[in-house]
Design a protein around this ligand. Structure first.
Ligand code: GLY
Length: 352
């Protein structure tokens, strides 16, 4: 690259970065390297991988790129599992969990039960960069975000409130709340009849220097007990990376990952030389082996819940796998973004 092309490259990169930096606090870009970048995400992350790859190609740090990618979904009222528009806890309050890990520094930060902040992943990065800690929760996390001038927002959209209200009106025989006839309910409310998702968005990014970054962000289990924290903000459970090995993360029933430190298990599998798909399926099998709670087993003693895993290895190989069939992941390999089918431990579709 000539000096003038280089200067032009840095000017356009700086302009884009300063726009992102004002909202999301990204670091200054570095020149792009020569390795093939890869970005993977959960199936709700197609726009995420597109944005993250765009930023990586402009020289952004892989974690900054991933955070900019997930910010699109965090701000999307249509995704009821992440950020703004997330389904609230049982009291109708949206509580968000998020964590980030940065490969080159092996740094990490997270927030849990954070209210009123649309971009918890960006706050998690501030915990990593601007404190000596790894995890801030609840009121302390909110005060920390306020101290950094992060704007507060009512995260409960009308649609999420209506979905929650219908759950409240139909949950339990002793309730004094009365639901209207189904014919009066909106299609959005009807779509979520009987569903308690663990949704979530994970993104792992490998940049052109072979450096990794990852983020997991969620509004957690629908109608959760206030203060319930899932796997997403827990490093080793909802995400993990080692810059010399690979990056992994998960969506689905977080308690299963908390009890098995699944993302750490996956990265350790990659370290032992397992192929990405096999490392993910090993984590699935670990969940099956340790799931001894009869409430969480089907008639064949299999988990009656879904967990999905995604990983990218240091050399660019990647995979997605889940307990039950039908899951997809988003991938950008530097050429194009697309949804691809995940492998699964069982051939049957996800139980309801
Ligand atoms: N995996 C997201 C959660 O359980 O909250």
């Amino acid at each position: 690259m000539s000096d003038s092309v280089n200067r032009r490259h840095f000017l356009s990169v700086s302009a884009a970065a300063s726009l992102g930096a004002s909202v999301l606090g990204a670091a200054a870009p570095v020149p792009v390297g020569s390795k093939r970048p890869i970005v993977v995400a959960s199936g709700n992350g197609l726009q995420t991988v597109e944005k993250a790859m765009e930023r990586i190609k402009a020289g952004a740090d892989p974690l900054d790129a991933a955070i900019e990618g997930v910010a699109i979904v965090e701000a999307d009222p249509e995704d009821h599992t992440v950020g703004y528009g997330g389904i609230p806890n049982e009291e109708g309050v949206v509580e968000l969990d998020a964590a980030v890990m940065h490969g080159p520094t092996h740094g990490g930060g997270s927030v849990a039960s954070l209210r009123n902040i649309m971009h918890p992943a960006a706050v998690a990065r501030l915990v990593m960069k601007r404190t000596d800690h790894c995890l801030l929760v609840g009121e302390g996390a909110l005060k920390f975000a306020r101290a950094h001038g992060i704007p507060e927002t009512n995260l409960l959209t009308d649609e999420a409130r209506e979905i929650w209200l219908h759950w409240k009106e139909t949950n339990g025989k002793e309730s004094d709340w009365i639901a209207p006839p189904n014919s009066e309910l909106s299609p959005a409310v009807r779509k979520f009849f009987g569903i308690r998702e663990h949704g979530t968005l994970h993104c792992s990014a490998l940049d052109t220097h072979g450096n990794l970054g990852c983020v997991t962000t969620t509004s957690g289990l629908f109608y959760k007990i206030p203060g319930r924290v899932g796997d997403s903000p827990i490093m080793g459970a909802g995400l993990f990376l080692d810059n010399e090995v690979g990056s992994a993360g998960s969506t689905g029933r977080g308690e299963a990952n908390l009890l098995n430190l699944s993302s750490h298990t996956i990265v350790e599998g990659l370290r032992r030389g397992l192929a990405p798909k096999d490392a993910l399926l090993e984590a699935c099998k670990r969940i099956v082996a340790t799931n001894r709670n009869p409430r969480l087993r089907d008639a064949k003693q299999r988990p009656n819940f879904q967990v999905k895993f995604y990983c990218v290895a240091k050399d660019g190989r990647y995979a997605g796998a889940s307990l039950w069939a039908g899951a997809q992941m988003a991938v950008h390999d530097g050429d194009s973004a697309r949804l691809v089918d995940c492998a699964s431990l069982y051939d049957d579709p996800e139980p309801n």
